[in-house]
Structures are given as structure tokens and as C-alpha cells.
Design a protein around this ligand. Structure first.
Ligand SMILES: N[C@@H](CCC(=O)N[C@@H](CSS)C(=O)NCC(=O)O)C(=O)O
Ligand SMILES: [Fe+2]
Length: 268
């Protein structure tokens, strides 16, 4: 059991969602990346976190955090991105006390290395970590807490494991179409059907989907595993333009001090 500052307050499920969870979906247009800002605005400190910030839009994101009166505590990644440089290192240099988070399986450096089952607390809210490898070895999905006082419907931040009507490619960074198929079916499609899905990218103009919608209409993941593997083997996508710069940089949070020591700030 890893310790953290978790406490719970009770409030009515019909009214607390908008009163308590602040949620913003932000877009970086060059890499078509979504960054998510979440905060517990019912808590006196208004603790907040950023999921998948991009270096180019860190100033925009931090201005918003300041304007909303939030206290940023975490800057976290769903995986080692290949198409852009993460903003987590830059956020740390701009806001003292912020901790970077990535999965242990990614073999990257960050202040906090998370694993499946970990809970990331911000105020009275938390995100649960689910391992969803396949796009990369260390991909995780962050899901809002499974408890009566947590947001309903639940929200899943899928990174590149599941994209709306698509999924992450599996042809580099330890990718595996078999693993991705298993990850999505066992870790995402088992969530309640009304769970809101928020991916790390969208190339078609979508912003949000649901588990039920993707189980019906995802053109790749509704197929059986063999057909899925064949689809993925024949995508023939060009490599991301920034891959050779982005991957090594993102192994150290973009620019984080490599001497930073991981700490244990989570609970299981
Ligand atoms: N053209 C972009 C890269 C596009 C790309 O490869 N996207 C990745 C997610 S970023 S690692 C992907 O998995 N796409 C799946 C798909 O079906 O499009 C660039 O050059 O940066
Ligand atoms: Fe990716």
C-alpha cells in the first residue's frame, strides 16, 4: 500500500460533478494532441493535473491554470510520445513543486513512476491507472475513480491505445497489435458503456466518445483479433516526422533533470 493524501467527502451525485470536477480539453494543432486539465475545485487548494501537455502549448496551459486559480500538482503522460515533445519537463521548470508522472513500464524518467492499480489523488478525486500496452510497451489509461463520490459517468484518458473510431499504431516503440487488442478489450471495453473516452489525439475532428459507441462502431477494434492484426499490419502510415527527436527527449520528460529521483506518492 503506497500512501497518499486521500480523503473523501460526500456530496449528491446529481450536482457535484460540475461543482467539484473542473475539466478542460485543450488542443495542440500541429500534432493534433489533446491535453486534459482536471482539478478538484471543491477542495480549498484546488489541486489540478495536466495529462499529456505539449511543450509548444505549456504557456497557454499554465496561463489557464493561473487564471482559474488552480494549484498544479502533477504533469503526467499516458506514454512516451513519438510525434511531439512532452511539456511535463517544462511545466516542472515553470511551476515549483509539480511532479511528473509516467508508467514504470515506459522505462522513462519521471518523479513518480506508476503501475496498474495505482491511484493518483488530486484533492478528494482520483484517477486509477490501467495498463494498456500495445501502441507502446508503457502505455496507460487513466480512469476517473470508481467510487460513489467520484465523477459519473467515469472518464477514461486512453492516450493512443484507443482513438475515436481508431487506435494507436503498433509498428514501433515495442508496439504489438495482439497486445493492443487485448488491452482495449480487457481494460477499456470492460468499463461501463457510458464511460466517456478522451484520447490523446484526434485527426478527424472528434472530441469525445463512449465505451458503448466504440464497442459498436470502432472500425478496427470491433473486428476479431486476427482481422485486427491484419488491419494493423497494413496501415502503412509514414513514421511521425519528429520521432527521432521526440522519443529520446520524452524518455526524460522533454527536458527534465535526469538526476531527479522517483518518489512514491501514490496509493494502491
Ligand atoms: N503524421 C503525424 C503522426 C501520425 C501518427 O502516426 N499518429 C500516431 C499517434 S502519435 S504516436 C498513431 O498511432 N496514429 C494511428 C492512426 O491510425 O493514425 C506526424 O508526422 O507526427
Ligand atoms: Fe503515441
Amino acid at each position: 500500500m503506497r500512501n497518499h493524501t486521500a480523503s473523501f467527502s460526500s456530496s449528491s451525485s446529481s450536482s457535484w460533478y460540475s461543482n467539484k470536477l473542473l475539466f478542460r480539453q485543450l488542443f495542440e494543432k500541429e500534432s493534433s494532441t489533446y491535453t486534459y486539465l482536471l482539478a478538484d475545485v471543491d477542495h480549498p487548494d484546488k489541486p489540478a493535473l495536466l495529462i499529456d501537455p505539449v511543450d509548444r502549448t505549456v504557456d497557454r496551459d499554465l496561463t489557464l491554470v493561473k487564471e482559474l486559480g488552480l494549484k498544479l500538482i502533477y504533469a503526467m503522460n499516458t506514454h512516451v510520445h513519438a510525434d511531439h515533445i512532452t511539456g511535463t519537463g517544462l511545466v516542472k521548470t515553470r511551476v515549483p513543486g509539480v511532479k511528473s508522472i509516467i508508467s514504470k513500464a515506459s522505462k522513462s524518467k519521471a518523479d513518480v513512476l506508476i503501475e496498474a492499480g495505482d491511484k493518483i489523488h488530486f484533492g478528494d478525486l482520483f484517477l486509477e491507472v490501467r495498463a494498456t500496452p500495445g501502441h507502446t510497451l508503457g502505455c496507460v489509461t487513466y480512469v476517473t475513480g470508481d467510487a460513489p463520490d467520484q465523477p459519473q459517468p467515469r472518464m477514461a484518458f486512453t492516450g493512443d491505445a484507443l482513438l475515436i473510431r481508431g487506435c494507436g499504431r503498433t509498428d514501433f516503440q515495442g508496439g504489438s497489435s495482439q497486445q493492443l487488442y487485448q488491452s482495449v478489450h480487457s481494460q477499456i471495453f470492460t468499463l461501463p458503456k457510458e464511460t466517456l473516452l478522451y484520447p490523446a489525439h484526434d485527426y478527424k475532428g472528434f472530441t469525445v466518445s463512449t465505451v458503448g459507441e466504440e464497442m459498436l462502431y470502432n472500425p478496427r477494434l470491433t473486428k476479431d483479433e486476427e482481422e485486427f492484426k491484419s488491419i494493423m499490419a497494413n496501415l502503412n502510415l509514414p513514421y511521425p516526422k519528429m520521432i527521432d527527436i521526440a522519443v529520446p527527449a520524452n524518455m526524460v520528460c522533454g527536458l527534465q533533470d535526469p538526476s531527479a529521483k522517483p518518489d512514491e506518492a501514490l496509493s494502491k
